[in-house]
Design a binder for this molecule. Structure first.
Ligand SMILES: [Zn+2]
Ligand SMILES: [Zn+2]
Length: 125
């Protein structure tokens, strides 16, 4: 867990563990199961169960599209689901910071053509 992630978890101890406070989950569809051979995978995003059930992904509070304006006593109707307790807004408020990628992670994902080229140069003959 990175420092930023620890700080987020401390600030929002009740955040949704499934989506990390984002309100949705994302991933890559496995190309082998998509029925499209040779296609390199499809990104997907799904509304998390917390948001679907009207729970705030960040504080566990109540989501609504009619929210009270602090101090004025008036109510405001908004387009996106908004948390009555912490002002979290669906699709706008960021959740748990993503993992920081190490150079090793990047290398594992993209390969290391420069290293390969260097090794080839080193090899005699
Ligand atoms: Zn969630
Ligand atoms: Zn909230």
């Amino acid at each position: 867990m990175t420092e930023a992630q620890k700080a987020y978890a401390e600030q929002w101890p009740s955040h949704c563990r499934k989506c990390g406070g984002w309100g949705y989950t994302t991933g890559w569809m496995d190309p082998s199961s998509s029925g499209a051979p040779g296609y390199g995978g499809v990104p997907w995003a799904d509304t998390c169960e917390c948001t679907e059930e009207g729970r705030c992904a960040r504080c566990g509070g109540r989501l609504a599209t009619v929210v009270p304006i602090p101090a004025s006593g008036q109510k405001l109707t908004v387009d996106e689901l908004t948390c009555v307790d912490c002002d979290w807004v669906e699709g706008e408020t960021q959740g748990m910071p993503p993992d920081e990628e190490t150079p090793e992670d990047v290398r594992a994902r993209y390969g290391a053509p420069n290293d390969l080229a260097r090794d080839a140069l080193k090899r005699p003959g």
